[in-house]
Ligand binder design. Structure first.
Ligand SMILES: *Cc1c(COP(=O)(O)O)cnc(C)c1O
Length: 456
């Protein structure tokens, strides 16, 4: 084994990272160093956290089956690695929005014997239905045109397509409304009798399960009641034993009645409650899986009042240092995450810096730029022991910004958003690196990961 030679300055730079460099294998060290050289920011994802979160849900929501939701590149956490973690933890189903994502999962090595896959967002003109049927991907049907297109593809393939009926219980997105439902059921019944379609399930989606006010709670109950009526109607057409599923992360935790035969949690798999107003990750026994870090590009001492960034919404006060975090809105950092104190008062998103007296929070100040944003260190950098090149943490697992451990919820709070947006936005330019993959996965599963993304 050859270990790379690290200079004292590089060692100082890496001290703020969640990556315990000296305890990585030489392969892991090389992968980490290559990532640092290829891009000034890293998304470090902990396999153990993903698996722990999913295991907790599988046991908490049993006997309901769990469909791990991995749309949008697994909320930014990496499609194939997240599928592997979900399956390892006990998921029997994987769910995505787009047809192409479902195919990418099969192409990535998640075979037909490993899990069912459901995709619920396709159009009847361009969608690769034939390939989906070949790859044993379940298709969610939400319009008469789509039913016909899938039946046609099934005929060409010479086998039944596995489908789920989507019903609109009040979200007004995909799905049949009550007044069109009978037409759909007549057609589905005929096509299932003709051997074109296998009707596997019936599904819907909540609009307000993550909101705590009484109006929202009433609306969720209303959707639940509608769903039961749709199910009854389908049963009256002879569709018995359908897999019934409507529940997302929020309702799976808070409403046992909503779980039916299967739940579809997404955000909680990645370690967060659906909304920070519902509680912290710890309140739910969850661990955020993704840590976003970057290496400071420049550190500069300033004095007096200086306005920072576009529109001059922030002014420094007194003697301090500004540092540049080399991630901007082109990398997925929200433009609104910066703080302002010039005109309107708003606290900026937190960044954890490692000062010579320990971890400390500095805040994004002024508008986030395209490739970078500034943080106000609050004191001269020299007094804090902060140097150009230092690794800082934007968010990760931990107790929150008050405890010096910022999370994606803190970033959501400071940019009037939800944690989902914070990580799904992260650009593919940011390298994804995985911790504990070797500990959690077998040889065969490990071989499905790109070797250069494995740290440990
Ligand atoms: C995104 C999505 C989910 C998962 O929602 P979370 O709030 O992340 O748990 C479940 N079902 C459907 C149809 C979705 O679009």
């Amino acid at each position: 084994m050859s270990f790379p030679v690290i200079s004292p300055r590089q060692k100082h730079s890496m001290a703020g990272s969640v990556v315990d460099f000296k305890n990585l294998s030489s392969e892991g060290q090389n992968n980490y160093l290559r990532a640092l050289e290829s891009f000034p920011g890293q998304a470090i994802i902990d396999f153990s956290a993903l698996i722990k979160n999913m295991r907790l849900m599988c046991s908490r929501f049993a006997p309901a089956q769990v469909m791990g939701i991995v749309k949008a590149n697994a909320y930014g956490h990496g499609l194939i690695p997240s599928c592997l973690a979900a399956i390892k933890a006990g998921c029997t189903w994987i769910g995505v929005a787009k047809a192409q994502e479902a195919l990418a999962i099969r192409k990535g090595g998640i075979g037909k014997g490993m899990c069912h896959i459901l995709a619920w967002l396709a159009n009847c003109v361009w969608s690769p239905y034939e390939e989906m049927i070949e790859e044993d991907i379940d298709i969610a049907l939400g319009s008469i045109d789509e039913i016909e297109a899938v039946a046609q593809a099934a005929m060409k393939e010479g086998r039944r397509a596995r489908v789920h009926i989507v019903v609109d219980t009040g979200f007004s997105r995909n799905g049949f409304l009550p007044e069109k439902f009978e037409d759909a059921l007549f057609l589905l019944k005929r096509l299932s009798e003709e051997g074109r379609l296998e009707i596997v399930g019936i599904m819907s989606h909540f609009s307000s399960a993550d909101l705590l006010d009484s109006e929202s709670e009433k609306y969720t109950d209303f959707q639940l009641k509608n769903f039961s009526e749709f199910v009854k109607k389908a049963e009256s057409f002879g569709f018995k034993g359908l897999l019934k599923h409507i529940s997302n992360s929020a309702s799976s935790f808070s409403m046992p009645l909503s779980r039916f035969d299967m739940v579809r949690p997404g955000n909680s798999f990645y370690g967060y409650a659906a909304d920070y107003s519902l509680g912290s990750p710890q309140d739910f026994g969850l661990t955020p899986a993704l840590t976003l870090e970057a290496q400071l590009a420049k550190v500069k001492d300033v004095e007096g009042e200086r306005s920072v960034s576009y529109g001059r919404t922030y002014r420094t006060k007194g003697e301090t240092s500004l540092a540049i975090v080399p991630l901007g809105y082109a990398d997925g950092i929200l433009r609104t995450a910066g703080g302002s104190n010039n005109g309107s008062e708003k606290m900026g998103a937190p960044v954890r810096i490692l000062s010579s007296s320990g971890p400390k929070i500095a805040r994004a100040c002024g508008k986030v730029c395209m490739d970078q944003f500034m943080i106000d260190l609050g004191s001269p950098a020299e007094s804090l022991g902060i140097l150009e090149g230092d690794t800082v943490r934007l968010f990760g697992a931990g107790a929150g910004e008050e405890k010096g451990e910022p999370t994606a919820d803190d970033w959501a709070k400071r940019s009037e958003n939800i944690s989902y947006v914070i990580y799904t936005n992260l650009s593919l330019k940011i390298p994804r690196l995985y911790l504990n993959a070797k500990k959690e996965l077998g040889e065969k599963e490990l071989s499905l990961l790109s070797p250069e993304c494995v740290l440990s």
